[in-house]
Design a protein around this ligand. Structure first.
Ligand SMILES: Cc1cc2nc3c(=O)[nH]c(=O)nc-3n(C[C@H](O)[C@H](O)[C@H](O)COP(=O)(O)O)c2cc1C
Length: 197
């Protein structure tokens, strides 16, 4: 697993090659092996390919258009809309898009008590651990991935379209890589670690 940690890259160019159901199932199995707060396992995975993927991308595009022209939910993130459009293009090329849902999650518009807030943080950490497991399992199989949060530009539209309990956390694009990027810059260990004895 350590080589996978070091070799993993965000992949934004994919070959036109499908991922077998067996490989996709292995990746999902790795996701559900993640640790979770109180073993609540608050994850749900929705695998999108073919027509379902096309439908989802249309909804995503509608959300981006609303953010640009009508009542924006994320007015301070306008400068990132161009990048979100690029993400749509990447998703078009990827053979599989996985939506990851926090099945116990509350709406981002809801007021939470401190306890609810903590529970939400713990559930999101659990779902994120499961996402990272899947990215590493994919890497080990030579399958590329991209963790995507630009979907929040179409949060309302995609949530309604998904019609699933809980909250949308992220999308992941999977496919065989058509690029092999160098490692992206990382902060220096000495700048971010504080040793206290
Ligand atoms: C929570 C999260 C959300 C991300 N959302 C996007 C996204 O919407 N679009 C995109 O192109 N990359 C997205 N990324 C990928 C990051 O840009 C990438 O991980 C970072 O630049 C480091 O590159 P690396 O993954 O190759 O190490 C996301 C990554 C994380 C962890």
């Amino acid at each position: 697993m350590i080589p996978a940690i070091y070799d993993r890259r965000s992949i934004r160019k994919f070959l036109e090659k499908t991922i077998s159901k067996e490989d996709m199932t292995d990746i999902l199995q790795s996701g559900l092996k993640a640790p979770s707060s109180k073993n609540r396992q608050p994850w749900k995975y929705i695998v999108m390919q073919g027509k379902a993927k096309e439908e989802m991308l249309n909804i995503f595009r509608q959300g981006i258009q609303r953010e640009e022209h009508e009542d924006a939910l994320l007015p301070q993130s306008r400068q990132h809309i161009a990048a979100a459009k690029h993400t749509v293009h990447i998703m078009e090329e990827a053979p599989v898009i996985l939506f990851v849902v926090n099945s116990l999650g509350k709406s981002i518009l809801e007021d939470l008590t401190p306890e609810e807030h903590i529970s939400e943080i713990c559930n999101i950490q659990s779902v994120s651990a499961s996402i990272q497991n899947m990215l590493l399992a994919a890497t080990e199989k030579g399958i590329g991935s991209l963790w995507i949060c630009d979907i929040f530009f179409a949060y309302a539209e995609l949530s309604q379209w998904l019609d699933s309990d809980g909250q949308l956390i992220a999308a992941i694009a999977f496919g065989y890589p058509d690029e092999f990027p160098e490692e992206r810059p990382r902060k220096r260990i000495d700048d971010i670690v504080e040793w206290r004895c």
